[in-house]
Design a protein around this ligand. Structure first.
Ligand code: COA
Length: 315
């Protein structure tokens, strides 16, 4: 398969580090050097599905495809206001898709997990045009009293359209199941038969261990995928790394020994938007005209699970 269109959409509200320090014991002096973040787009009165629809429509327009030409839709999402149906069905109804909708919850590497699933459908000859949308509102998961988590996140949606081709060179999905490192608990409806006490727990994260996991797994998996595909590090044109923390991106870049100009970033004014992060970055780079046909792109993402993934694709 190959990518023929991209799109993205961000909430209107921009929250700066200084805005946060008005109600939290934090500061731009603490946040920026440790994360690379100065501001983030935060859901206020928008609905996540509308951002997802906007990103999807832009990707379809960029690809020159009509909604009725899409024969599979994957939606990557951790949380939204509905428990059921999946966000994919809600978005599909608004976009006018008439195809199967699959929702996945693979946290931050959701875009690469989606690409792996979609590629399998192409290899089986079951599809001709596929839409992937990653839409996330992690700012609705954190406690806004918890300065160690809420400063890291931003919201948004990113999308890509795929058609037949031979441009996916290699993908590696990885799981190191360890749910205690990043988690959130949301109680279900009580019943007359549930006797345990259930309370809401906002997003919890062991920042240091997640940091270590991210750098280690990303470097190892990038080297493995490139080695398997017979591609040298210096032959890669662009590294699109999940925008979780600038220091994580820098840690990966330094260990690989790759020049800075091959690592596009947008974390400074986006923060971490979970699975939407990679496709938003992809769309912004695409619209800036950064990619030439034949360029080699490496994606790498990591997050709750702990899950991680790397993909090598040709533009
Ligand atoms: N403002 C001011 N102080 C803060 C703060 C904030 N926003 N957040 C934490 N602190 C304080 C802590 O309370 C702690 O204070 P103490 O020493 O008095 O207890 C101190 O800063 C150090 O906290 P620590 O958690 O050890 O900092 P750190 O250097 O590990 O940086 C992260 C914290 C979260 C920035 C870092 O661990 C990280 O980015 N991890 C990866 C997280 C991530 O990307 N997760 C998503 C992956 S998908």
């Amino acid at each position: 398969m190959r990518i023929i269109g991209t799109g993205s959409a961000l909430p209107r509200k921009v929250v700066t580090n200084d805005d946060l320090s008005a109600f939290l014991d934090t500061s731009d002096e603490w946040i920026f050097p440790r994360t690379g973040i100065r501001s983030r787009h935060v859901i206020s009165d928008e609905k996540l599905e509308d951002l997802a629809v906007d990103a999807a429509r832009k990707a379809l327009t960029d690809a020159g495809r009509l909604p009725e030409e899409i024969d599979l839709f994957l939606c990557s999402n951790v949380v939204n206001e509905y428990l059921t149906p999946g966000l994919g069905c809600i978005v599909a109804a608004k976009v006018g898709l008439n195809c199967p909708c699959i929702d996945i919850n693979c946290a931050c590497p959701g875009f690469i997990y989606s690409m792996d699933i979609v590629e399998t459908y192409f290899m089986a000859g079951k599809v001709k045009n596929v839409l992937v949308v990653c839409a996330e509102e992690p700012t609705r998961m954190t406690s806004w009293q918890d300065r160690s988590t809420c400063v890291l996140f931003g919201d948004g949606a990113g999308a890509a359209v795929f058609t037949e081709g031979n441009n996916v060179k290699g993908i590696r999905l990885n799981a190191q199941p360890d749910p205690d490192k990043i988690w959130q608990f949301r109680p279900l409806q009580p019943t007359p038969y549930v006797t345990k006490t259930e309370t809401d727990v906002p997003l919890q994260m062991n920042g240091r261990e997640v940091f270590r996991f991210a750098v280690t797994t990303s470097v190892r998996d990038i080297q493995e995928v490139l080695g398997r595909c017979g591609v040298k590090l210096e032959e890669v044109d662009h590294f699109l790394i999940h925008q979780a923390n600038m220091r994580i991106v820098e840690g990966i870049r330094n260990r690989l020994g790759v020049p800075e100009d091959k690592f596009a970033t947008n974390i400074v004014d986006h923060g971490n938007s979970s699975s939407a992060s990679c496709p938003i970055l992809l769309d912004e780079c695409n619209r800036r005209g950064l990619f030439k046909p034949g360029d080699k792109l490496v994606f790498s993402a990591f997050g709750a699970g702990l899950l991680s993934a790397v993909a090598l694709i040709e533009w």
